[in-house]
Design a protein around this ligand. Sequence first.
Ligand code: ADP
Ligand code: MG
Length: 693
Amino acid sequence: MTRVARLDTDVRYIKGVGEKRAALMAKLGIRTLGELVRHYPRAYEDRTVFMRVGELKPGDAACVRATVTAEPVLRHVRAGLDILTFTVADDSGAMGVVFFNQPFVKDSIAPGRAYTLYGKVAGTPRRPEMQNPVIEQGTAQGRGALTGAIVPVYALTAGISHNAMAGAVRQGLILCGDELPDALPKGVRERHGLAHARFSYENIHFPADFEALEIARRRLIFEELFTLSVSMKMMRDGRAARAGIAFDCADAEGFFSALPFVPTRAQRRAVAQAAEDMSSGRAMNRLVQGDVGSGKTVVAAACCYLAWRSGRQSAMMAPTELLAEQHYRSLTGIFGPMGVKTGLLTGGMRARSRRETLEMLARGDIDVIIGTHALIGQGVNFHSLALVITDEQHRFGVRQRSELTAKGECAHVLVMSATPIPRTLALMIYGDLDVSVVDEMPPGRERVDTFAVGERYRERIYEFVRKLTGQGRQVYIVCPAVDEPEEGGDALKAAADWARELAEDVFTDRRVALVHGKMKARAREAVMSQFREGGIDILVATTVIEVGVDVPNAALIIVENADRFGLSQLHQLRGRVGRGEHKSYCVLFEGAGGEAARERLRVMTQYSDGFKISEQDLALRGPGDFFGSRQHGLPDLKIASLVSDMDTLETAQGAARAVVEDDPGLERPENAALARSVSDMFARVSGDDGVLS
Ligand code: ADP
Ligand code: MG
């Protein structure tokens, strides 16, 4: 038989997969044979243990080979209940077999014939029984399709059974058997003692035994991490070791002296490191990492100042309009008096001011532009862009950073992030970036006292709100949703309703306002500036305020349904207070999350260090959630884990480095399959997600 199927052949090519089943499979991300054979089992059922009937005890799960002793009996008990019973026996004893509501099984059971059955043993030790077992004809000892084997358990969707999925995968493997390309170059595979592609795909689905399964897994995990590493390395090499515009000014004192406070040593150090990069003649690629509130904006602004002193433009990209607006405001406050011209570019702007801004930018009439991902849009042209900054980098895809950088020739790159990530992962995402750590808080910061409380504390908390606002402080109240409560119903505090209720019934003598991401930019900015100026006592908000928002007079943040938020997110939210001289507090209403939620929230009351919290988050939630692609802009991985497969990741990165250094364009024939896998992977690297509004 000639095999015409290829990896990109449509799944409908498989017998038994028509339009309907193909549509169901598409829901699982399976459209081609390649995607089908990479739909790895999520678990396995061990059906390799054979027992003699006489040895069976209730509770065992095992295979038995036995002969049907007499004609099966089918009883129609009532509508919706058919019971088929028969007995099987081997030379050690007899066992009852019962099938509920599967009358058709009767047709395939013949007295005197031997079958292999797999199931959980019920009944009594003297009279064991299996209910609805897996049954396969045959007497030969060993491996069948459903018994005597390690059987895959797949992620399914309604309408596709396990057997159908396993059958389709089996056919897929046969059809494109020799087509399965080996993305691992031979040399790499051999050096690391990894199995062939075909062996691995076959055994990850239908393992010959547990050892084969392990060998297959090891190879596929390596392959995935290797391909990812190669992708990231190639993406990085596109901009690494580039020449950079050498700034002639590396002295930020003029900027520091214009600040209303004294910069911390950590801020100075980060600026000095960046200044050295930017005057070196090579392009800067630097990550500034520092916990929420450590004052990263000052570092960024100092770099913009240096660009300006060197006669160049800089651009700063923030993940939300709110944050962009805030940066614009605070930088304008510092830069205005110095004569540095600032501009703002967001998606929510009016066409006219947008056009004006774009013109000024292209003419060089704006020195520092602050914006959202609107900055990487078409039609945004710079006069002399030499420095690109992304704030809260973890909110952007890897690709977005490169796109902004591409707007300038030889632009320096500074990325800022409050999310502490493990070193290997940082290497993967940020690659060749140098790292500055801002590990010191501005002076006078006290720990934010944090409480996780249930409903019965609500009145007391409200008293506290009255007291603080009476003293002139301001308060955030954060809700999980804007309006229509999602599933979960009434208990969810939807921001809009909640703001109304609080204003009308609870805090009647306080000024309550609402801000959320679905508001028009203008309205939102009006509320924020009112809040900033102290014209609002209580701001009810969605998570739009999560990143970056900076109002030092705010001394209390209350989070409703805190169980709905991740710990790192709560840490970010808590970072909205404790930014000034006032003692600050964070109250987390537990919501309906139960004991597990309470356990999680306890982490917040115990730790104030972002790194500790994310460690705990990782431990509690598991890697899947924590490193969802949103967090880092990497593609979802199908088999490898960026947490538990760390060691493999390091090895794979080493191998990737060697291969790409040797063949930078992956043009050699032995790297052809790898090149294809890499371009698939590129396509999956997140483009525009991670931007919240
Ligand atoms: P983040 O690192 O979270 O981005 P910000 O840059 O928003 O932090 O700074 C947090 C707050 O601390 C801001 O109000 C900022 O003005 C203030 N701040 C920054 N540096 C200092 C400093 N050296 N001394 C006092 N306050 C500072
Ligand atoms: Mg910030």
